[in-house]
Design a protein around this ligand. Structure first.
Ligand SMILES: C=CC1=C(C)c2cc3[nH]c(cc4nc(cc5[nH]c(cc1n2)c(C)c5CCC(=O)O)C(CCC(=O)O)=C4C)c(C)c3C=C
Ligand SMILES: [Fe+2]
Ligand SMILES: [Fe+2]
Length: 387
């Protein structure tokens, strides 16, 4: 078959306090995370937001030991996957490509080239597709491939999302069942799926399939679980002033408290490893909200990490992908290609929706320029090298 590689894609996380600000800068400099009409504004804005957010974010990471455990857990997953693949007769090198921190995707791709990999499976560690996660990594890889003829010789296939695999929903159901069975009245507990949110505009304007996939995913897990418990889906980790997918996790918790729910079993479903948003946001912030609202039985289902059923399923997914027709980055970067990114209409004079959108954008640019100058003492023209 030739030399086989598996590239695991992930977000990355700061490993120590000093990493937090540059990590945040990398994240906000990504146009798939903040969608701006003017590319030149991306880096000044990323600098502004990362600078203003760094302190709070550092304090959050401090609550979980100072840094993210994401790299360590992803390396454990990679080792476990390599072993299970070898047991099945497939010798493969596993590479980790993080989007916003070490080991960066670019480093992983350079290593893949040095190792002479001939057949590559690109597997994002996000069960559901979002343009802000897997989509962003695929777009980066698409660019690296376009720029490098050596990479173009590698036969690769990219897996856009995989939450529908029975191995995944069974592993999730197993973890939920274990948590329920610790309770005095397991059937009365409310199962609370908390997915990472995205801005509504990603779904409604850019055609992100994320919300649809998350909703389908929770239904499949409930079917695998096959228990009578009521369940709710809500979205966490909102950032910034725009509207994100609703209901928001904090509001949904308060509503369930008002309905008299006593035991809440929280299931994080957008991600397969423990990270800041499970260990700090759910375990500390949302627990506090629940307790203040009167829910004293707050329980959290652990992330899959190296759950054997999950790792075995990942190994199956890799061997199946090696046999199946290849999916190129251009096929998976934006699944719903027919959707227009920005509202389009014929140009016309007057206060049309397009004019209103542009008025809003220009006002935002003016406001940000002012803010930038206030915080840094330097105007936006400095940042683009004009002054
Ligand atoms: C501002 C927009 C953001 C979007 C859209 C977004 C989508 C998104 N993110 C994850 C998973 C993770 N995000 C993590 C950290 C993180 N994400 C954002 C912003 C957006 N995410 C910020 C500002 C941060 C930094 C942390 C903070 O300051 O609050 C992480 C954590 C990595 C770690 O350090 O452990 C994960 C994981 C998904 C799945 C997703 C959309 C589907
Ligand atoms: Fe995020
Ligand atoms: Fe957060």
């Amino acid at each position: 078959m030739g030399r086989v590689g598996v590239l695991l894609l992930n977000l990355g996380g700061p490993e120590q306090p000093d990493d937090v600000r540059p990590f945040l800068f990398n994240l906000f400099a990504d146009p798939e995370i903040i969608r701006l009409p003017f590319p030149w504004l991306q880096r000044p804005l990323a600098w502004l937001i990362s600078s203003s957010r760094a302190k709070q974010s550092q304090a959050n990471y401090q609550q979980i030991g100072g840094g993210s455990p994401l790299r360590r857990i992803t390396e454990e997953q990679a080792d476990a996957l390599k072993q299970v693949l070898a047991d099945k007769g497939t010798e493969a090198n596993i590479y980790i490509g993080m989007r916003y921190w070490y080991p960066f995707t670019e480093e992983a791709v350079a290593q893949i080239k040095r190792d002479g990999v001939e057949k590559l499976v690109v597997l994002p560690l996000y069960p559901q597709f979002s343009i802000s996660t897997s989509g962003s990594s695929f777009r980066l890889l698409e660019r690296l491939w376009l720029e490098d003829p050596a990479l173009q010789r590698i036969v690769y296939t990219a897996i856009p999302s995989w939450y529908e695999r029975p191995g995944y929903s069974e592993a999730m159901a197993d973890l939920i069942a274990q948590e329920l069975d610790k309770l005095e009245n397991p059937d009365q507990a409310h199962i609370f799926f908390s997915a990472h949110g995205v801005p509504v505009s990603y779904v409604e304007e850019a055609g992100d399939p994320y919300q649809r996939e998350i909703e389908h995913c929770t239904e499949l897990i409930m079917q695998s679980l096959n228990r009578p418990n009521p369940h709710t889906l809500a979205y966490q980790s909102r950032v910034g002033p725009v509207e994100w997918l609703q209901p928001y996790t904090e509001d949904a918790i308060e509503q369930l408290a008002q309905q008299g729910v006593k035991d809440l079993v929280v299931v994080p479903i957008s991600f397969v490893s423990e990270h800041i948003e499970t260990l700090q946001e759910i375990d500390i912030e949302y627990r506090e909200i629940a307790e203040e609202a009167g829910i004293h039985g707050f329980h959290r289902v652990p992330a899959l990490n190296t759950h054997p059923r999950f790792i075995a399923d990942m190994a199956d997914m890799v061997t199946e992908a090696l046999e199946a027709p290849c999916q190129l980055f251009s096929d998976v970067v934006q699944p719903d290609k027919k959707v227009k990114i920005y509202p389009q209409e014929r140009s016309a004079w007057g206060l049309t929706p397009v004019a209103e959108v542009w008025n809003g954008r220009l006002a935002m640019v003016g406001f940000l320029a002012l803010l930038l100058e206030l915080v840094s003492g330097r105007g936006p023209l400095h940042f683009v090298g004009i002054l």
